[in-house]
Design a binder for this molecule. Structure first.
Ligand SMILES: Cc1cc2nc3c(=O)[nH]c(=O)nc-3n(C[C@H](O)[C@H](O)[C@H](O)COP(=O)(O)OP(=O)(O)OC[C@H]3O[C@@H](n4cnc5c(N)ncnc54)[C@H](O)[C@@H]3O)c2cc1C
Length: 503
């Protein structure tokens, strides 16, 4: 059944009316009920526990959504995500369709001390949305988006993808700054910070959340706003899924209009050094409206290109003047510049980063594009791998950096850009491990120029000390919050914060 998004003119109307059809028909099937037996699942400590058939049948009957077991139709779709390399098999999946379902699943997880994963959009490259032999909460049935244009707000459920948010909000010429690929989950992105083309002007996605509703580890439903549970509100803005399962967000929207000036130049790979040198000087001069990215691709034959793109989030006529130096730089192989609809733009690279590819990346924040870093980038681009290799820079700064780091858990506000190194290939390769090792080794030449990393782009090999260091001065407060709301660290498949003293 196709997903449906709801756009209502008021939140009140939406609250009364929004119940996607999928939900109405989502109850656990008779076959699944019949097939339910005792389930052996892994616990938080790595041991085993048995959940009896009767308990599971009662749970399944109580759900608005459904219980999926490895034999159920829909089990594979629910457990798999964006990165085809992630292939874990939970012992059971609760496909939540309501807050009551989330509460029931969290209570089960706590009672049996189950290793527990939460899936929003399933875009976590390292697979934090799923666990082997544990419990997965799949939020994909919770799909409602309701926009209140007068209040300039959007209430979004945790299974919604960014495309759903953009389509609903752009109907009113409004937007919340968020990521650049429409099939990314709104929930995971927001909890880790979230940035995209409008962030230099309006801040992180998490800077634009008015409230979070969430079910904590104790099974309590709480709302977090600037005045209600403000400690949670602080931690949820950048602290990842450490404190509970979010069941809804409300975003603050901005009146941005629908059409934007975008463009870019494509250069041969041989121009990589010159292009990076140019952007090293240009980026610090850019106004907040301008958001640039530079992506280099090195093919296995050593050929490739550098794509330098811009987005102007303000008056296009003014933008034309601002982007002249970018348009005029060097000798591009091709060039484009035009007005585009925001919703189209947000989908423009969807197919290039489609689901199911084998994917590996390392990512970090940089404060400047220094000569040493440019040497490292050029060195990597001159060393082809058996698969195409990307080195991408996304400009940050602007409004993101002007917000006080102590005002929310997000700790990397000083970053001028994010750098990402990696590659993808269509199916498992016999030399896949060697390719990953080669990227890890390349990353060692870039890492000295980085200052922290984006918690939403962790590669999966980070140790707790790195996560702690990355949160910097905010970690102590996060650890206290974790002790208060999740003392048993039930929610640990995330940029994990250890509770209180353990930290
Ligand atoms: C192709 C691609 C493009 C991307 N582009 C951008 C970009 O432009 N900007 C950007 O900021 N990021 C970007 N990202 C990174 C993105 O922010 C993360 O992948 C993020 O995890 C996506 O959220 P999700 O809901 O799909 O995550 P999932 O994989 O479902 O979950 C990721 C984490 O969030 C937690 N989580 C999910 N839902 C909930 C919930 N309801 N309650 C509590 N915890 C929850 C999970 O437990 C897990 O720890 C991109 C990623 C990819 C793969």
């Amino acid at each position: 059944m196709k997903r449906r998004f709801f756009v209502e003119s008021t939140i009140a109307a939406a609250a009364a009316a929004s119940l996607p059809l999928e939900r109405l028909f989502a109850a656990t099937t008779a076959e699944t009920l019949k097939a339910i037996g005792d389930v052996d699942a892994v616990t938080l400590s790595g041991g085993s526990t048995v959940i009896r058939r009767a308990v599971l049948r009662e749970l399944a009957r109580s759900l608005d959504g459904q219980l999926l077991l490895p034999t159920s139709a829909g089990y594979d779709k629910a457990r798999l995500g964006w990165n085809g390399m992630v292939d874990r098999r939970p012992a059971l999946i609760v496909q939540c369709a309501s807050v009551a379902d989330v509460t029931a699943a969290v209570n089960l997880a706590r009672e049996y001390q189950l290793l527990t994963a939460i899936k929003g959009g399933g875009h976590s490259a390292s697979g934090l949305f799923v666990c082997e032999r544990g419990l997965q909460l799949d939020m994909s049935l919770m799909q409602a988006v309701s926009v209140d244009p007068k209040a300039r707000s959007a209430r979004v459920e945790p299974g919604v993808l960014l495309g759903g948010v953009d389509v609903a909000t752009q109907a009113y010429g409004l937007a919340v700054p968020a990521g650049v690929v429409s099939h990314t989950g709104a929930a995971g992105l927001t909890l880790g910070g979230g940035f995209g083309k409008l962030s230099r002007k309006y801040g992180l996605t998490s800077d634009n959340v008015r409230y979070f509703d969430l079910v904590t580890a104790s099974g309590e439903l709480k709302r977090a706003t600037v005045s209600e549970n403000p400690d949670l509100y602080w931690g949820l803005r950048g602290g990842g899924g450490n404190f509970g399962v979010v069941t809804a967000f409300e975003y603050q929207l901005h009146p941005v209009g629908t059409d934007f000036l975008v463009g870019g130049n494509m250069y041969p790979l041989t121009a990589a050094r010159d292009v990076h040198n140019f952007y090293a000087d240009f980026l610090p001069t850019a106004p907040d409206e301008l958001s640039c990215s530079v992506t280099s691709l090195c093919l296995p034959n050593g050929k490739g290109f550098v794509s330098a793109s811009y987005f102007y989030g303000g008056d296009p006529a003014q933008g034309e003047k601002v982007v002249q130096p970018l348009k005029n730089f060097g000798k591009p192989m091709s060039s484009h510049g035009e007005l585009q609809k925001y919703v189209d733009l947000q989908k423009a690279t969807d197919r290039q980063v489609a689901h199911g590819q084998q994917f590996y990346q390392k990512a970090g924040f940089i404060n400047a594009l220094t000569p040493g870093l440019i040497d490292a980038i050029v060195g990597i681009l001159g060393d082809p791998k058996p698969v195409p290799t990307n080195v991408g820079l996304t400009q940050l700064g602007g409004a993101i950096g002007r917000i006080d780091t102590a005002s929310s858990a997000y700790a990397n506000r000083g970053a001028a850009a994010q750098i990402v190194l990696g590659g993808s290939w269509p199916k498992p390769l016999p030399n896949g491990r060697e390719i990953i090792d080669a990227y890890r080794s390349d990353w060692k030449t870039i890492a000295p120029f980085t200052d922290g990393f984006y918690v939403n782009n962790m590669a999966g090999d980070e140790v707790n000390k790195e996560v702690r260091d990355n949160f910097g001065a905010n970690y102590a407060q996060l650890a206290e919050l974790k002790k208060k709301y999740d003392p048993g660290n039930l929610f640990r498949l995330n940029p994990n914060v250890l509770p209180g003293a353990e930290a």
